[in-house]
Design a protein around this ligand. Structure first.
Ligand SMILES: [Zn+2]
Ligand SMILES: [Zn+2]
Length: 51
C-alpha cells in the first residue's frame, strides 16, 4: 500500500520510496528508492500506450 509521508512528501510503499521529495531534511532518506514507479512484472514498459 502506497502512502505519502506527511513529514517530507516522499511517496513510500512498504518501506521503499516510489517518489522522492525535494526536502533537504528528508526524513525518509534512509529508505531505498524503487526505480520503477509501478512494476509488478519487473518494470518492462518502454512505450506507454497513448490513447
Ligand atoms: Zn522525503
Ligand atoms: Zn518522510
Amino acid at each position: 500500500m502506497e502512502m505519502l509521508c506527511a513529514d517530507c512528501g516522499c511517496r513510500v510503499d512498504a518501506g521503499v520510496r516510489t517518489a522522492v521529495c525535494a526536502d533537504a531534511a528528508c526524513c525518509c532518506k534512509d529508505l531505498p528508492i524503487r526505480e520503477t514507479p509501478d512494476g509488478p512484472t519487473g518494470g518492462q514498459f518502454e512505450v506507454a500506450p497513448e490513447t
